[in-house]
Design a protein around this ligand. Structure first.
Ligand code: NAD
Ligand code: ZN
Length: 347
């Protein structure tokens, strides 16, 4: 495990981290939810600090909000020895990290992830940035936080649907890794998960992958499993209006089923594993009605994925659990068949 990530009671970790370094000032970046539910848990461990508030939501992960963050740091006279603590989900972590890494050419920052997704995924691996117009994560950089403090007790206030969404990345990590991780998941129910243990294993998997391929030239691409078709489904529902929106992990869960079907079809992935995984995922997430009228649009959206090369649609397919084949070419017909497979699971 990466040595700048700690998992456990934050009150036991943060004070000594802050004592070790003499920061000139400390700001905590929050949104309205993490200010209410998470700041009370850590405030006693920080000493003097300023709060920088932003509005929650992906729609605020942009340069306008960054300007507000940079302005607050400037107005408070923060110098290069200051610290920014990012207390929140992936939006706060990605954007706060980006602002810290660029303010006065870079100040220290600590991420305290408060959603399951940000604990197991966004906080690990040093990808920072913001959206730009309709382009997601278009402006940003790679930089490892000075520290990541993970404490599963923040999950107590996280809405159930957000928790379940983050769990899709846990499933993904287990399926792209050799070992017992998938077996441990499939033999437990979502409702009875021992979150700290789950987080330990999932963070270890992502850390290991990132340590071998930081800039995503090969192995790190395996983390895109479920995301080619998943992203397209997420974008399709978002384009249908905000009340139709499904969460990222809910879309990735469908994407994993579709991409496993293609793995079975093209790479001989075992049918018994496909059946078991699809059943588990549908049990956890329920069944999402993907209307037939959306299929062609979803295929078109897969064609726009930024991971594609030379106009060919690429996905991560699995030969078996733990053996991922990156840059696997898939056709429009393949995608259609895989969504039809998912749709037939409901019958
Ligand atoms: N950097 C990476 O490698 C990486 C990887 C995956 C995703 N991401 C990014 O992460 C973002 C999504 O992150 P997310 O799913 O954490 O969403 P999020 O940050 O939008 O948080 C989801 C919601 O939960 C609320 N919340 C957070 N913690 C809470 C808590 N403990 N109690 C109550 N409410 C709480 C937030 O205010 C928000 O309303 C996306 O922008 C995505 O691009 C980055
Ligand atoms: Zn994801």
């Amino acid at each position: 495990m990466n040595k700048n990530i700690t998992i456990g009671n934050i009150k036991g970790v943060l004070p000594s981290l802050l004592r070790e370094q003499k920061y000139s000032s400390i700001a905590v970046l929050v949104d309205e939810n993490t200010e209410k539910d998470c700041l009370p848990i850590v405030k006693g461990s920080i000493g003097d600090y300023d709060v920088i508030r932003i509005k929650s939501g992906e729609e605020n992960k942009n340069l306008t909000t960054c300007q507000h963050i940079w302005q607050s740091l400037t107005d408070n006279g923060y110098d290069r020895h200051a610290l920014l603590i990012n207390l929140g989900g992936g939006v706060i972590g990605d954007m706060g990290g980006f602002c810290a890494a660029t303010y006065k050419r870079g100040i220290a920052f600590i991420n305290i992830p408060t959603t399951l997704l940000s604990m197991v995924d966004a906080s690990v691996g040093g990808k920072l940035g913001v959206d730009f117009g309709t382009f997601k994560n278009h402006i940003g950089l790679f930089q490892i936080p000075n520290h990541v403090c993970i404490d599963a007790s923040f999950l107590k206030t996280l809405p159930h649907r957000e928790l379940r969404s983050g769990f899709a990345e846990v499933i993904k990590h287990a399926l792209i890794t050799k070992g017992n991780d998938w077996n441990d998941i499939v033999t437990s129910s979502f409702e009875s998960m021992e979150w700290e243990t789950v987080i330990h294993k999932s963070v270890a998997i992502k850390s290991e992958i990132v340590s071998k391929d930081f800039k995503e030239s090969g192995l790190r691409k395996t983390l895109n499993f479920g995301h080619t078709i998943g992203h397209a489904i997420e974008s399709y529902f978002l384009s249908q209006g905000i009340d139709q929106k499904i969460l990222h992990g809910e879309a990735v869960a469908i994407g994993m089923i579709c991409e496993l079907y293609l793995s079975f079809h093209k790479l001989n992935f075992a049918q018994s594993d496909l059946d078991q995984i699809a059943t588990y995922i549908v049990n956890v997430y329920g069944y999402v009605d993907v209307p037939e009228s959306s299929f062609s649009e979803i295929i078109r959206l897969c064609g726009q994925d930024k991971k594609n090369k030379e106009n060919k649609i690429q996905a991560v397919l699995l030969k078996s659990i733990g053996t991922a084949i990156v840059d696997s070419e898939i056709s429009s017909e393949d995608i259609l068949q895989s969504i039809q497979y998912y749709s037939n699971l409901n019958i």
